[in-house]
Design a binder for this molecule. Sequence first.
Ligand code: SF4
Ligand code: SF4
Length: 289
Amino acid sequence: MKARIFEIKRFAVHDGDGIRTTVFFKGCPLRCVWCHNPEGLEMKPQLGFYQHKCVHCGACVTACPQNAHTLQGGKHTFDRSKCVGCGKCENACLNGALRLYGKEMTVDELLPLLLADREFYETTGGGVTLSGGECLLYAEFCAELLKRLKEEKIHTAVDTCGFVSKSAIDQVAPYTDVFLYDVKAFDEDAHIRCTGQSNKRILENLQYIDGLGKAIEIRIPYVPQYNQQEIQSIAEFLSKCKHVKKVQVLSYHNYAGSKYDALEMENTLPKQLPSEEEVRTAQACFDVL
Ligand code: SF4
Ligand code: SF4
């Protein structure tokens, strides 16, 4: 059994308590306009070409079996339609201009990488977080990985958008210490505007996890022109949940522009950023829960 991973981030401090290693799974059922991980949206592997780092050495041209790279008149062209995501050009490029997002890994390959930082987890109350994209698109794989981590007494967190099947939740819940759960809007139309999908299943699944008695941390990406009007209704909804331990309003940033360019994806990032004051005001709605 394999899953497609696009990043393994060590020493993460924003993905649950303590120092953690976060595993990012590739593929997501939502299309949030503010997504800062565009490399995690598609299930298929994607090559990022960071043009500003290219020194036109031609190593990728030689390495690619698909002839996807060409150098002509000092100009490097990459034909994405020919790329099969083998990663040979990434290995050949010594300048970091190419990055393959989405490498297949087994649980046995991942586990030693995650256990390497056990000491940091133990001294800081940290652990391992599965994220994405949407990690629960690989529910069976996640369940096996989480089970093995629990056998090693590692604290586990699952970061989910909630747009998943109940059976996916059932598979991972026994081995998950805390769910990090994204809530973007309460009103269904507002949610569709933000993410392209209804939030019915997301809110139902949140209640379902709450009913299982699992600890939940809510994360609300705050993008004023999309969900400023939603904060109060989200707070009312969450006040009825029994196992929500923390609610975090996350200030939106638009640093991901270069990744959209490198992947030749349409950059949907809103230009307007929230002020610190706006984020504090939004957060205050939850501090009374
Ligand atoms: S990932 Fe493989 S197929 Fe794609 S451009 Fe690089 S070498 Fe060619
Ligand atoms: S190997 Fe890297 S630096 Fe060399 S031409 Fe290809 S992308 Fe540019």
